[in-house]
Design a protein around this ligand. Sequence first.
Ligand code: GDP
Ligand code: IMO
Ligand code: MG
Length: 434
Amino acid sequence: MPNVVVVGAQWGDEGKGKIVDLLTQYADVVVRFQGGNNAGHTLVVDGEKTVLHLIPSGILHPGKSCVIGNGVVCDPEVLVTEIDRLKAKGFLKDDGQLVVSLDAHVIMPWHKAIDIAREKAMGEGKIGTTGRGIGPTYEDKVARRGVRIRDLLDEARLARKVKDRAALAREELARLGATPDLDDAAIVKKFAELGRRIAAYATDVSIWLHRALQNGKQLLFEGAQGTMLDVDHGTYPFVTSSNTVAGNAVVGCGLGPTAVDYVLGISKAYSTRVGGGPYPTELKDETGERLRKIGGEYGATTGRPRRTGWLDALALRYAARVNGLSGIAMTKLDVLTGFDTVKIAVGYRVGGKVLDEMPSDPELIERCEPVYEELPGWSEKLEHLRTWDDLPPRARAYVKRVEELVGVKVIGCSVGADRGETILVENPFRVGKK
Ligand code: GDP
Ligand code: IMO
Ligand code: MG
């Protein structure tokens, strides 16, 4: 039974949520394995929009389970709000649909305060984080002083951890010139209460998933962020603090690599990035503004305008390599309608040379000028199209050229935000091991 991993192949916001929601009909379980509520995954079903930050994008399908794995950093307040909002809209009627790992690390108030204070102190050179406390929470995890979901379920243990960790946080915050309101007793009370709200969902996810696999269930892993934001493989230090690549899917939920059969990379038909860091194909001109406007490129989490640019074949080929992509789904093809020509970066010019692979040094990437290939554009609207053959020949030629440059098959195109506005050429769940 195939299990499929979905990851962002660019800088995040590729439309992973939409594709995961679409593919959930073929899966039994959807698993988030990294990141936290820095993610904003948008689902549109029959015009009704839902933005999810923590809960996997399969949750709109009754009867399908959604799992938050140990690799996720979880802000329990955000989780409870998301649960309540979904219930108010008539979803998540069965609490058994949601499963949360006891080992997931908890984003505590000091993590958010430190994230924000550090960004402020960095000034111009800041990362441009989402300010959700993601980095400091992963830091505490690796430093072996984190708070986990299981600690919220034992008030005495939680009180001990809060006492030790809050003292350290106060010192760091004072150094950063921040004076947050961190009252230990109030934090313990609030987080123990949040723990009581989450207790019904909390379990040993590794065993839970292992049993699901033994019972022949099909898993769909949902990545957050994107390859170029991976802490090891992205444009360090302008990255998030987790491994966003497909290899982390199993680590972040307690399974082994043999559980994965197919890796689907999601890429926009152009590119976007939120926050700082190198981005060779960025367009700071009218064309960039036009992409932002037509594509509605404003962050689903922070509302910040996204940086926009042409598609970068080097970045995509890199993503194919570090994720082991089996296929690509190209989203937002409709946004390119109406451009006279469309461009794809096929090389980087730097220091008198032309590179044809993404360099590993981000400072070098910063100095690269893209070498573009220009293809004729198309003027036809695409939203209503449902098969590959329906697509205008120039749109098809564009997709085919990307496929050729990257060396990975484009198995689907998204032509609008709605679940139905999709052309699926090949279903990863039908293909299996690849
Ligand atoms: P994610 O973080 O990868 O799940 O992506 P986001 O939800 O942050 O951003 C993708 C945005 O594009 C959302 O507003 C989606 O509703 C929208 N979207 C997804 N696919 C398409 C598409 O094919 N066409 C258009 N026009 N919008 C899309
Ligand atoms: P989804 O899952 C786009 C970016 C931030 C910043 C950097 C570090 O919706 O694709 P962090 O708060 O993680 O420490 O910020 O990563 N970033 C994202 N950009 N989409 C996301 O998630 C992102 N999550 C984090 O803008 O540049
Ligand atoms: Mg997003």
